[in-house]
Design a protein around this ligand. Structure first.
Ligand SMILES: *Cc1c(COP(=O)(O)O)cnc(C)c1O
Length: 391
């Protein structure tokens, strides 16, 4: 047999976060007391009224194909959300419901990118972006940032990275993995350059509602008609409604792009799960009062973790203003991020994700979407580990 794998597939790096998570789960199953900081999902349950809506849909037999781009009710609910939260006006035909925010991003690459096209990605980046660009046979162009600028790209850096081949700029604020949030002025400055240079923006706003302190979220699409015309907004139910397993993503785009993505979905996934879409309608249209208690809990954990990490010799951490991650710098401890995380898991039974997965080898990612007790236990272990390295 000739199992020759396509160049497209062979060029990929499998998701390191998912690999670490499964290793930690396996150790747990063996009875080992592992603390997991690897997961990228909230530890809260999906709100009850959302589950009820899906159960009702199932009971009523809502179990068949739906339109490939989602049920009209959900596309309208998403359009209402963009109006309400972002002041953006979309027709339901500009909204595509997919099988997750990840799927929405993938659809964008498949609809817009060709061999030879360049896609600008600020690092640290969500690890799937460059791999999706490669799947679309385009070229990722990475802009490096560091904790010195709170992991934000400057307008000058963006301007310098744009070439005649640039097709797309990926903006992710609040950010996974750093938790960094651009100010409205910073977002506008980056958007202005994209408008001027006629570069499209994929704005991944899935952490929009998870903000701390004085942070404010503004969609880059909202500054002017031109910004709107250059932007594809990706959103989803996974993070702010704790619905990671439901697989529902939302995308809003100028009509021709939405139409292209509709065609792609109609020949690949077809519709996202019918009854999950009914749950998503309840999530978007229903009460949002689950969020404040979640944010209060996240904020408490973030404050604790930020202080504890900065008290560990050799580790420094800038504070995050959004999402549920911290991205401490471990470079003074003399190990690259992969070795650091491998040894940390082996010696102290703590699972964290090496920064190299996000294109930033001086850091590790700590998710605080876990209980305070776990956070305390895990960070004490990291403290002990760091002190053993510093010796
Ligand atoms: C979690 C996440 C998504 C979407 O996840 P889905 O589970 O596919 O909805 C998109 N972008 C970023 C940066 C994320 O962290």
């Amino acid at each position: 047999m000739n199992y020759k794998i396509s160049k497209r597939a062979a060029s990929l790096t499998a998701s390191i976060t998912l690999a670490i998570d499964s290793k930690a789960k396996q150790m747990k199953a063996e009875g080992i007391d592992v603390v997991g900081f690897g997961v990228g999902e909230p530890d809260f349950d999906t709100p009850q009224h959302i589950k009820d809506a899906a159960v009702k849909a199932l009971a009523e037999g809502f179990t068949k194909y739906t339109p490939a781009s989602g049920i009209p009710e959900l596309r309208q609910a998403a359009a209402d959300k963009f109006k309400r939260d972002n002041g953006l006006t979309y027709k339901p035909s500009q909204i595509i419901i997919s099988c997750g925010g990840k799927h929405s991003c993938y659809n964008v690459m498949m609809a817009l990118c060709e061999p030879g096209d360049e896609v600008i990605i600020p690092a640290p980046y969500w690890l799937s972006y460059p791999e999706m660009v490669k799947l679309a046979e385009a070229t990722p162009v990475v802009i490096e940032t560091s904790d010195k600028t709170e992991f934000k790209v400057t307008p000058e850096q963006l301007r310098n990275a744009i070439t005649p081949k640039t097709r797309l700029f990926i903006l992710n604020s609040p950010s996974n993995p750093t938790g960094s949030v651009y100010t409205p002025e910073e977002i506008k400055a980056l958007g202005d350059i994209c408008v001027e240079k006629d570069v499209l923006i994929l704005s991944d706003e899935i952490y929009e509602h998870l903000l701390y302190d004085d942070a404010k979220h503004v969609s880059v699409a909202s500054f002017s008609q031109e910004h709107y015309d250059h932007t594809i907004v990706v959103h989803g139910l996974a993070k702010a409604w704790s619905m990671t397993g439901w697989r529902i993503g939302i995308l809003a785009a100028p009509e021709p792009i939405a139409k292209a993505i509709d065609a792609i979905q109609s020949h690949s996934t077809s519709n996202p799960t019918s009854f999950a879409q009914k749950g998503a309608v309840a999530a978007l249209n229903g009460p949002q009062d689950h969020l404040q208690p979640w944010l209060a809990e996240f904020a408490k954990r973030r404050a604790y973790a930020f202080e504890k990490l900065n008290s560990i010799p050799g580790i420094s951490c800038v504070n995050a203003k959004g999402a549920f991650y911290l991205f401490p710098n471990i470079s003074k401890l003399g190990l690259n991020s992969m070795d650091f995380c491998a040894k940390l898991l082996e010696q102290e039974k703590v699972a964290a994700v090496p920064g190299i997965a996000f294109g930033a080898d001086d850091y590790i990612r700590i998710s605080y979407a876990t209980s305070m007790a776990n956070l305390q236990k895990g960070l004490e272990r990291i403290d002990k580990f760091a002190r053993s390295l510093a010796k």
